[in-house]
Design a protein around this ligand. Structure first.
Ligand code: CA
Ligand code: FE
Length: 313
């Protein structure tokens, strides 16, 4: 019942052809649909729904919206009522408003990000099918990522002015949308100010990460790959294409994931994230990172310099 997983992210890109080239040849997604205006829809090989990434031509980078898939159509009514009860406006959108999806609802979370929920999206199947599937398909390009795993959103944070949208989002996502807070990074003399919040609806360590920044934005979108060697391969693919890696392969203390970051041609950050990390069972105790250890929490092997951590679109 309720939200199953991240359904898609809709990114704004400044050159649609370069963006498609990046997501297809570097990350290994497949282009599944184009709109007349150039908007592109893509999926990873191990996903069955029609798309998990929408690239919209724009004069800026960053997020248009992101969407979670709920299990049943009537979950939309239950969650819309809970969101309204919280005093947040909800738009009910007819089938097709989210392309190739059934009806959906649309609202803003406390940080200001636009979130949609939908129950149905056109199913096209994985690249290996459902009958006696091979472990991977032939002809994979680039990093050959499996699926969209999570996204990181930048939330306005200025505790001296009483602004902490990281904490407000974490509360809203838990209380209204039934997310589980798996890990948090705390700052301040008493370590009582939430600086980072990781939340999940699946059994993976996070489906959404809320991180602090000066304004509403996108930190990154992350794709699952199998293991350390797949992370290294993603880094090799970027280096081989003479593109600049955002960060050399590393490990997160938070989630324990092995990780590598790159930029798409518009500057949106992409992460290739390996391993399950741990099973986020419903009764798993909350993990806390304190301010003095937070750098190790973010990048356990070091090297996550400030300009990288602070960059967003
Ligand atoms: Ca996840
Ligand atoms: Fe991430």
């Amino acid at each position: 019942m309720g939200i199953m997983r991240l359904g898609h992210v809709n990114l704004c890109v400044m050159n649609i052809d370069e963006a498609i080239e990046h997501y297809v040849n570097i990350l290994g997604l497949a282009l599944t649909h184009r709109d007349q205006d150039g908007t592109a829809y893509l999926k990873c090989w191990d996903e069955w729904d029609k798309y998990s990434v929408i690239l919209s031509p724009s004069d800026r980078a960053g997020l248009d919206h992101f969407a979670f898939k709920v299990e049943r159509d009537d979950d939309l009514d239950v969650l819309a009522a809970k969101i309204k009860e919280r005093g947040v406006a909800v738009e009910i959108l007819p089938a097709g408003k989210l392309p190739m999806c059934g009806r959906s609802i649309r609202f803003h979370i406390p940080s200001g990000h636009v979130v949609c929920l939908f129950a149905e999206k056109e199913v096209v199947g994985t690249a290996v099918g459902n009958t006696n599937p091979d472990p991977w398909p032939d002809g994979l390009k680039g990093a050959g990522v499996h699926w969209l795993d999570h996204l990181g959103i930048v939330c306005p944070f200025d505790p001296e002015k009483g602004i902490n949208k990281v904490a407000e989002n974490a509360e809203f996502l838990q209380e209204v949308l039934d997310f589980k807070l798996t890990e948090r990074g705390m700052v301040g003399p008493q370590n009582d100010i939430m600086f980072v919040g990781f939340l999940t609806r699946t059994s993976t360590p996070h489906d959404i990460a809320c991180v602090p920044g000066p304004a509403v934005g996108l930190a990154h979108i992350a794709f699952f790959v199998e293991d350390w060697s797949a992370v290294l391969k993603a880094a090799d693919v970027v280096a081989k294409a003479r593109k600049t890696p955002a960060l050399t392969p590393n490990r997160h203390g938070l989630t324990r994931g092995a990780t590598f970051y790159m930029f798409d041609p518009s500057g949106n950050k992409n992460e290739t994230f390996a391993g399950i990390g741990y099973l986020a069972q419903p009764d798993r105790p909350l993990v806390t990172w304190t301010e003095d250890e937070l750098d190790r929490g973010l990048f356990f092997l070091g090297g996550g310099d400030k300009s990288f951590v602070d960059s967003y679109t």
